[in-house]
Write a protein that binds this ligand. Structure first.
Ligand code: CTP
Length: 398
């Protein structure tokens, strides 16, 4: 989506500047042409050599040097987008009040392209009324803001203030400025992660699903312009919503309810969650104490969400399930597709190296109800998500 786009990346003096090195890499990898401007104080945090090597362009710092004058007006006109990441409290204040004492600021004030800022600061600075006022001013100028995230801060404290992760910034850029409109106007629902079925207040039956595959699919659908609801089971995977509507659930029953509520207005539903097939018949209200040598827990079948949605499916709705198999893979997956009235099944076999729970990669085969099969190599889950969404678009929306 960023192929050939010209992006001016401004970096200011914050510890978070180290993340911008990776952002440059991601932007270049996505096909963008990147020019980097750093403020004089950012020089203490990142090296021009690293940035110029990765961006394949000289890094710009000063308005003047002995031999030349950096043409900030032309830079501002060259770019399709200016991104300032990280944006410090200080530079934010200068942008808000029109102070122009370095090349980055001069370029900002000359830019005729859209501007995105990713602030980074300590929580108390972030919460300060002056910061809030400055942010509002930037917004009133039409600048887009990618909000800070919660986490460990450079001060050693924990709280709000971390700059958004480079991947999140990339997704934000794609979605907000160079959005592919392939799925604009379509509503999608994705389930991800495990479910936990309580045995007592401290124990549960769960599984090893990380939720990464479903999260990657939700992001990809969002990148293509769909309005996405992610129904997310309990997972520790890092995830920032940024434009995706998230409903957190814990049990299979809660996931069932959330899916049913959203399904009617959904065009594309992808069930990537590893839903528990059984749940304890009763949940003890107090912690179960050990007593006998053996303990039996009676389990009852949970509702099959995919099957239930398959029964309700109306023409025009696309329903996709996942199948994780260990033997007779294609036959079992095709049986699931038919039994649950799905349109497509994404099959991953535990026999394939790099596929299944916990990995950052996956190897899939997509089986479609008309009998077509699409086999893919082992890839990162982000790439697999692209393959899945490409296949959906090709089969149902081309
Ligand atoms: N699924 C579901 N509700 C359940 C169980 C599974 O919606 N209670 C969905 C999963 O999200 C997945 C598909 O059904 O998209 C297949 O899940 P899987 O666990 O592989 O299959 P099962 O139907 O549970 O069959 P089995 O466990 O016998 O392989």
């Amino acid at each position: 989506m960023l192929q050939g786009k010209k992006i001016l990346l401004g970096i200011t003096g914050s510890i978070a500047a180290y993340k911008s090195i990776y952002l440059v890499r991601l932007l270049v990898k996505a096909g963008a042409e990147v020019k980097v401007i750093i403020t004089p104080s950012a020089k203490d945090f990142v090296s021009s050599i690293t940035l110029s090597t990765l961006s394949r362009n000289p890094v710009l710092v000063d308005l003047f040097d002995e031999h030349s004058w950096a043409n900030h007006v032309m830079l501002g006109r060259w770019a399709d987008l200016m991104v300032i990441a990280p944006l410090t409290c200080n530079t934010m204040a200068k942008m808000a009040s029109g102070q122009c004492d370095n090349l980055l600021l001069a370029t900002y004030f000359s830019a005729i392209c859209p501007v995105l800022v990713a602030p980074a600061m300590d929580e108390d600075m972030w919460q300060h009324p002056a910061t809030k006022e400055n942010l509002k001013r930037l917004e009133s100028f039409g600048n887009k803001i990618i909000l800070v995230e919660k986490g460990d801060l450079a001060s050693g404290l924990y709280g709000e203030g971390r700059m958004a992760e480079p991947e999140t910034i990339l997704t934000f850029i794609n979605h907000n400025f160079f959005l592919s409109s392939q799925l604009t106007g379509k509503r999608a629902m994705v389930t991800a992660g495990p479910t936990y079925e309580s045995i007592d207040p401290v124990r549960f039956i769960g599984n090893r699903s990380s939720g990464k595959m479903g999260i990657a699919i939700a992001r990809e659908l969002h990148n293509r312009g769909a309005e996405v609801t992610l129904i997310l089971g309990p997972t520790t995977s890092e995830f920032s919503a940024n434009g995706i509507s998230v409903r957190k659930v814990t049990t299979a029953q809660e996931m069932f309810k959330a899916c049913n509520e959203a399904f009617e207005n959904t065009d594309i539903t992808i069930m990537a969650a590893a839903v528990a097939d059984y749940s304890p018949v009763t949940t003890a209200s107090e912690k179960i104490k050990k007593s006998d040598e053996r303990l039996t827990i009676e389990l009852a079948r949970t509702k099959d969400i995919l099957k239930n949605l398959g029964e309700k499916k109306k023409p025009g709705q696309v329903l996709i399930g996942f199948a994780l198999e260990t033997n007779n893979e294609k036959k079992n997956a095709m049986d699931k597709l038919n039994n649950k009235n799905a349109d497509m099944i994404v099959l991953n076999s535990l026999k394939d190296a790099g596929a299944g729970f916990g990995y950052d990669t996956n190897k899939i085969t997509i089986l479609e109800k008309g009998g077509q099969e699409f086999e893919f190599e082992t890839k990162s889950k982000t790439e697999v998500a692209k393959d899945i969404v490409d296949t959906i678009i090709r089969l149902y929306y081309a």
